[in-house]
Write a protein that binds this ligand. Structure first.
Ligand SMILES: *[C@@H]1O[C@H](CO)[C@@H](O)[C@H](O)[C@H]1NC(C)=O
Ligand SMILES: *[C@@H]1O[C@H](CO)[C@@H](O)[C@H](O)[C@H]1NC(C)=O
Ligand SMILES: *[C@@H]1O[C@H](CO)[C@@H](O)[C@H](O)[C@H]1NC(C)=O
Ligand SMILES: *[C@@H]1O[C@H](CO)[C@@H](O)[C@H](O)[C@H]1NC(C)=O
Ligand SMILES: *[C@@H]1O[C@H](CO)[C@@H](O)[C@H](O)[C@H]1NC(C)=O
Ligand SMILES: *[C@@H]1O[C@H](CO)[C@@H](O)[C@H](O)[C@H]1NC(C)=O
Ligand SMILES: *[C@@H]1O[C@H](CO)[C@@H](O)[C@H](O)[C@H]1NC(C)=O
Ligand SMILES: *[C@@H]1O[C@H](CO)[C@@H](O)[C@H](O)[C@H]1NC(C)=O
Ligand SMILES: *[C@@H]1O[C@H](CO)[C@@H](O)[C@H](O)[C@H]1NC(C)=O
Length: 592
């Protein structure tokens, strides 16, 4: 008793037990050997008045309440309080259950005691608030989120006491008079910080984990990372989201890698994969980079990638320059372009392999391109933004302030996005169309700085081949490579005689094409802008409304239709008066 050896023995036991206990505790928390954690995505109800989009039906609280959430990189996950839906006449599209009012709620969270005072949108997330032009208020809360592995309903994991936010009445603004109460939440994939500290209404400081960091620290995923292809509801491309990994079949190209929050966009060109083309104001299917800002063309833009926000937030000049080639009309009330669905060209462009190509600079010094078919840019505005479903082209003129130029869901439908927050790498690659390969989920290790694309993938064009039908080649509108736009310096290697021959040939060819186009256009009802009208698009006075008189389209609530109708008719008349007459093609500023 009390002998030194016995003391040592006891000490050794205690140490050994402590070590074992620590090891077990560590296994309970971070687990770098964990399998990637797929999330179930659903689309069985229309989600988003500007998509529609696939979403996560995420259980939170206890008993579980299922809330629709879009994947995002907002700092916290955001849910919507049922009371928000009651505040607008148009009901929420997706059922949002009552929460936090019944007794028993908050049982697995900090409860009312950890709820913050009301916060504005920027205090939830400055980037998302700016892009969505949010007003109204919400709160930070601590809440339980129940996680299910993919479609499985077995072995749920609980993210308890984790920081989320709740919208009381955040609303998305399109203009001072147009907006809607946010009715779909966000599932945060953010991982640049682990925790958020905020002040509870009772004055104490609360600090708890964010969503992805908590899932990682609980050992659900091998790294604090995600791989996402949001896919598309129409046409149908199943969405794919994996925590701590990615579905390799959605990553068709060697990824563009960035070590910062932005990627350098070097150009947005237009082209057609095969068949004739239907773009306006071009003599070939290929239209060179439309990137321009503040009155002149620009060689690059730094852009953010933000899942969850709907549009392409680019300089107004860039949007106008793309729109110049499309059957769309700018609507100043919404700040968006509406497809002119009565023009046969609309159907031609969105149902055939016409696409926008986004070229980016990768960290490895290479330029890589991601194609986005116009079929994915035939998005739908629905109630409560507009009263009748309206097809729109999702380019939104953006002036950087709180946040810079951004590519949202519209772009990400055709792009694979992954981020490893632990090595600070962002990966962006071409995603497939409706004919994608079967899933092959891979791990993203916590030290990984590279990501392997699908092995021998089909070309992205071929993944669209069964959905998009080539247009017949037509006179004046063929995608014949013989008429393709000469790139700068492309003739440098040619002899003077060859150049002269090409120039003469091109002029003659252009004249023939121009005459043909002019002849065709003369027969058509004028409805398009020339370059100056496209420039003037920023002035609301010059808007040419696509709406027939008396067809209302904007409403905060049906109650206000009358008023909106009156204003709309007025805009229509002004637009009609000031519409600039179409110039004959020979006077138009052609692609040089
Ligand atoms: C979607 O479908 C699932 C399973 O079919 C169902 O449980 C769920 O309630 C549906 N969600 C919505 C929002 O309709
Ligand atoms: C949700 O709304 C109800 C009113 O319907 C309110 O009493 C409650 O405090 C709100 N919950 C939160 C977490 O803000
Ligand atoms: C405020 O809430 C915190 C967190 O639950 C709790 O620990 C603290 O006692 C509360 N303070 C007061 C003054 O009620
Ligand atoms: C974050 O989550 C882990 C795992 O659940 C937990 O051990 C840790 O205490 C949490 N951190 C905070 C600040 O709540
Ligand atoms: C969408 O495609 C998937 C397979 O890729 C299929 O299982 C699903 O039923 C399709 N959904 C609709 C609405 O067609
Ligand atoms: C445009 O698309 C055609 C057909 O796919 C292709 O041959 C051509 O190289 C493309 N043009 C440019 C400049 O990328
Ligand atoms: C265009 O001008 C705005 C406002 O002056 C500025 O914030 C923005 O950075 C400019 N864009 C480019 C690409 O230079
Ligand atoms: C455009 O989108 C709408 C809504 O998803 C769809 O009904 C329509 O068929 C699409 N148009 C074409 C030409 O594909
Ligand atoms: C392009 O020009 C070549 C040589 O003149 C000709 O053989 C070819 O058929 C042309 N291609 C198309 C698609 O018109």
């Amino acid at each position: 008793m009390g002998s030194p050896s016995r003391t040592i023995w006891i000490f050794a036991c205690v140490v050994s037990f402590a070590l074992q206990w620590t090891a077990t505790a560590a296994q309970d928390t971070i687990n770098h050997d964990a399998q990637p954690y797929p999330m179930a995505m659903v689309n069985n109800a229309s989600s988003g008045s500007d998509g529609p989009w696939w979403y996560i039906s995420q259980p939170i609280d206890f008993p579980e309440q299922y809330l629709p959430m879009l994947p995002s990189v907002s700092r916290t996950s955001l849910t919507v309080n049922a009371s928000a839906c009651r505040s607008q006449t148009a009901a929420c599209q997706l059922p949002i259950p009552d929460m936090w009012t019944a007794s028993g709620a908050y049982a697995y969270s900090g409860g009312l005691r950890t709820q913050s005072d009301l916060i504005d949108g920027a205090a939830w997330d400055p980037d998302y608030a700016a892009l969505l032009s949010l007003d109204g208020s919400g709160r930070h809360i601590q809440q339980r989120m129940t996680m299910y592995h993919g479609e499985s309903t077995a072995n749920p994991a609980y993210l308890d006491y984790h920081t989320m936010s709740v919208s009381e009445d955040y609303s998305v603004r399109y203009s001072p008079d147009t907006g809607y109460t946010m009715n779909v939440g966000f599932f945060s994939l953010y991982g640049a910080e682990d925790t958020l500290e905020y002040e509870a209404a009772n004055g104490t400081t609360v600090r708890s984990n964010l969503t992805l960091p908590q899932a990682y620290q609980k050992g659900l995923a091998p790294s604090m990372s995600y791989g996402l292809h949001i896919g598309s509801v129409e046409p149908n491309i199943t969405s794919s989201l994996v925590l701590g990994g990615y579905d390799m079949s959605r990553c068709l190209s060697d990824p563009i890698v960035s070590s910062s929050d932005t990627v350098e966009l070097r150009g947005i060109t237009m082209n057609v994969t095969t068949g004739g083309y239907a773009y306006f104001n071009t003599v070939s299917a290929y239209v060179p980079s439309r990137l321009s800002a503040n009155g002149s063309s620009v060689s690059s833009l730094e852009v953010h990638l933000r899942p969850g926000v709907p549009h392409l937030y680019l300089p107004q000049d860039t949007c106008d320059a793309i729109a110049y080639h499309l059957p769309v009309t700018y609507n100043s009330e919404l700040g968006l372009y509406l497809w002119d669905t009565d023009d046969s060209t609309y159907e031609e462009i969105v149902s055939s392999p016409h696409h926008l190509d986004f070229t980016f600079a990768s960290d490895d010094g290479q330029e890589k391109t991601i194609g986005v078919p116009f079929a994915l840019l035939n998005l739908t505005l629905t109630s409560p933004i507009v009263s009748t479903a309206t097809q729109y082209f999702p380019c939104k003129g953006w002036t950087p302030d709180t946040t810079g130029y951004t590519l949202g869901n519209a772009f990400l439908q055709s792009a694979f996005l992954a981020q490893n927050w632990q090595t600070n790498k962002l990966f962006l690659a071409q995603a497939p169309g409706p004919d994608f390969l079967s899933a092959s989920v891979q791990k993203i290790g916590h030290m990984d700085t590279t990501l392997t694309p699908a092995k021998n993938p089909p070309s992205w064009e071929s993944s669209w081949a069964s959905t998009l039908k080539a247009l017949p080649a037509r006179e004046g509108r063929t995608s014949s490579s013989n008429q393709s736009y000469p790139e700068d310096g492309s003739s440098a290697a040619l002899s003077g005689g060859a150049i002269a021959g090409i120039v003469v040939g091109a002029i003659v060819g252009l004249a023939i094409v121009a005459a043909a186009i002019w002849f065709l256009l003369r027969k058509r009802k004028q409805r398009r802008w020339d370059e100056s009208a496209a420039q003037a698009v920023k002035s609301p006075m010059l808007q040419y409304s696509p709406f027939e008189e008396g067809v209302p389209y904007l409403s905060k609530s049906p109650m206000e239709l009358q008023e909106v109708e009156a204003r709309q008719v007025q805009v229509f008349e002004m637009g009609a008066e000031s519409k600039i007459p179409e110039l004959p093609v020979k006077d138009r500023p052609h692609e040089k």
